[in-house]
Design a protein around this ligand. Structure first.
Ligand code: CA
Length: 672
């Protein structure tokens, strides 16, 4: 009897294995999120023959961050405003498209562009979290909506979804964004077939005069002071999760505090659990199991939402089931994922806020430069992180983790007059100063700003090799059994390196900055490498100076490569030139006033120092007609593009001062 059962089972396992090795079924390829493909039709020996096989133009040119899913020859991917595309993975031909018609104003409720990091696919359904906060199940065959649920608990707050849904214990799990504006974080699991809510876990405690939603929140509340819940508290789970079927644990990466400055949200201190923490939950109930807080009492936007990888590695002579993360704060953590025990915490980039992590207490040892409340401090890493959401990869052969890291400093300055003006605007408690506007200082800042692809030995806690990159905010990483590591670059190319040594072996131009991670699949004996190209995201909006240095703008496409393919991209549109400028007649005091107001309200989207990031309008390029209606435009907003109304926030006089400042910056650009 047993023999009869075993044979078909064995055959089934073979089918499953071969299927899994040629598809890309989950966000991180496997549930362990290693982003390591066993495919080796493309290797370090033949990667030089890789060429463009096909390209597909997306509807909206904005930040493009998705990892496509490939199942049975069909690619499911997303672009800006959560538009879903089903493409023939061999040819790039559109099979169906689903546009959730996200109101464009939600772009202004998202800190970091109208991005989406992709779908989940399970049993003939495609799941997408939309920027306006819905979780939608689509038929994988037709793209028709099967069910749609509202994941947002309070629509008066700036909740959004940009992350990819994850599959855990057969359910669909999704969190949200919004901690820059002032929200309370949580994750929710839904039944895949019906969309019925299975459980919800809040990451920070709410108003303590009301019952806590779970027993662990009563404990967490003891680490908060003041009236944090009025600000939301933060702790959004906006990107990373990983699921371990062996232990049935779901790991969630929890984000920063609302507002950023702890003194404002929790005035008498405290660790503020579970901000900036990795939290392990029972996947079937959402019950708390353990947590590790990477940045107690976070005041720097040091989220622990960055990519988490599960692996089984030998650590100090013992086989350990680990979880690994390089959160924004600059330390690379290795934890035992069953118990939460800290195994390693070493700097992967320079850190000014902490010197080291004490392995006995598991806590960072903060340096005097950590406290910027009394006086401004230039902080490393910046709120953009030593590493942001761009996924890493773990290669079981080299036993290295490849980290798309970056180096840029940020002046942390508290806003002494902070109050929550509107829950739909940025409320970080930080005064945004922008960058220096003289060319010498700007050049000096840029010289110290860059990216680094790091091959990290998680056991030794050190880098084995580094690739220095001119610009920060490069793409996520893919590792393959062909001894290859692929990464896209901010300045507009996809690059392949050898996984063991970091030697560059191949590159292809993309006409736009790549921030998304590449992925790979095989059909009929051919291996394909795909990346979503399209500059944008956090640094794409605010970091105009950096984007201009890299010479990028947003042209959003799916790019797919295979050996000996010869397709070419259509010519890129010409860079715009400055229009005829208005004379600078306003006094210096007006321009200075405009500079201050611009950085308070406008720079997060239109770029620090009014240098656009190549994604949305660069205001220096306004023509005479646009300048004439500038005050009315800022007061009314432009619903079609996502520009909100500032009528109740900025006076007409101050808007005119912003225009004077922008005009000055346009003249600065002309002088270059
Ligand atoms: Ca944040």
């Amino acid at each position: 009897m047993k023999r009869f059962l075993l044979l078909p089972l064995f055959a089934l396992m073979l089918v499953v294995q071969s299927k899994e090795s040629s598809d890309w079924p989950y966000h991180g390829l496997t549930l362990s999120e290693q982003r390591y493909s066993t495919l080796k039709l493309i290797t370090d020996a033949n990667v030089g023959r890789l060429g463009l096989a096909w390209h597909y133009k997306l509807d909206v040119d904005r930040g493009t961050e998705a990892t496509p899913i490939v199942v049975d020859g069909v690619m499911y991917t997303t672009g800006a405003f959560s538009i879903v595309y089903a493409l023939d993975a061999r040819t790039g031909k559109l099979i169906w498209k689903y546009d959730p018609q996200v109101p464009r104003l939600f772009a202004s409720r998202a800190c970091c562009d109208a991005v989406n990091r992709g779908v989940a696919v399970l049993d003939g359904r495609v799941f997408v979290g939309t920027l306006d906060g819905y979780l939608v199940a689509l038929s994988a065959k037709t793209g028709k909506v099967e069910w749609k649920v509202d994941t947002i608990i309070d629509r008066s707050r700036a909740y959004t979804i940009t992350g990819a849904p994850r599959i855990a214990a057969g359910r669909i799990v999704i969190g949200n964004g919004g901690a820059e504006f002032g929200v309370r974080g949580y994750v929710t699991a839904y039944e895949a077939t019906t969309g019925k809510q299975a459980w919800r876990f809040f990451t920070v405690p709410g108003d303590p005069s009301k019952p806590f939603e779970s027993p662990v929140l009563a404990q967490a509340a003891k680490t908060w002071t003041g009236e944090w819940w009025k600000y939301g508290g933060g702790g959004t789970v906006w990107d990373s999760m990983a699921y371990d079927p062996q232990t049935n644990l779901l790991f969630i990466g929890v984000g920063n505090g609302s507002p950023w400055v702890r003194k404002y949200r929790s005035p008498d201190g405290g660790d503020n659990l579970f901000l900036s923490s990795i939290v392990a939950l029972k996947a079937n109930t959402g019950e708390y199991v353990w947590h590790y807080q990477t940045t107690p009492g976070d005041s720097w936007d040091f989220t622990a939402t960055q990519h988490m990888i599960l692996a089984d590695i030998v650590f100090s002579g013992r086989e350990r089931r680990v979880i690994m993360q390089a959160p924004k704060n600059g330390f690379f953590y290795v934890l035992d994922r069953v118990t939460g025990e800290l195994l390693s915490a070493e700097k992967y980039v320079a850190t000014s806020w902490a010197t080291r992590v004490d392995m006995k207490t598991g806590r960072p040892v903060e340096s005097p430069d950590a406290d910027y409340f009394k006086e401004p401090k230039l902080t490393l890493p910046s709120p953009y992180g030593g590493h942001n959401w761009q996924p890493m990869a773990y290669h079981p052969g080299t036993q290295l983790v490849y980290i798309p890291a970056q180096e840029l400093a940020f002046p942390m300055i508290t806003d002494p007059k902070f109050k929550m003006t509107s829950p739909l605007l940025w409320n970080t408690g930080i005064a945004v100063a922008g960058l220096p506007e003289d060319k010498q200082t700007e050049a000096a800042v840029l010289a110290q700003t860059g990216g680094r692809l790091i091959a990290w030995d998680p056991v030794e806690g050190r880098a084995v090799w580094n690739v220095q990159e001119d610009h920060p905010f490069n793409g996520g990483v893919l590792a393959t059994a062909g001894n290859l590591v692929f990464q896209g670059r901010a300045e507009g190319k996809l690059v392949a390196y050898s996984a063991d040594k970091g030697t560059q072996l191949w590159e292809a131009p993309s006409q736009t900055g790549i921030i998304a991670p590449p992925m790979t699949y095989a059909i009929s004996g051919e291996q394909y490498v795909t990346v979503m190209a399209g500059w944008g995201g956090a640094l794409g909006l605010v970091g105009g100076t950096i984007a201009n240095a890299a010479g990028v703008r947003s042209i959003s496409r799916v790019l797919t490569f295979k050996l000996d393919a010869k397709e070419v991209l259509p010519p890129a549109p010409a860079q715009p030139s400055l229009p005829e400028l208005a004379e600078m007649t306003e006094p210096a005091a007006t321009i200075d006033r405009g500079r201050a107001v611009f950085h308070q309200y406008c720079s997060a989207c239109h770029g620090a120092t009014a240098v656009g990031g190549g994604v949305i309008a660069d205001l220096r390029y306004l023509n005479a007609r646009q300048r004439n209606v500038f005050v009315e435009t800022v007061q009314n907003g432009i619903a079609a593009t996502g520009m909100p109304s500032f009528a109740n926030l900025i006076s007409a006089e101050d808007i005119a001062a912003i225009r004077a400042y922008i005009n000055k910056r346009a003249h600065d650009a002309k002088g270059k």
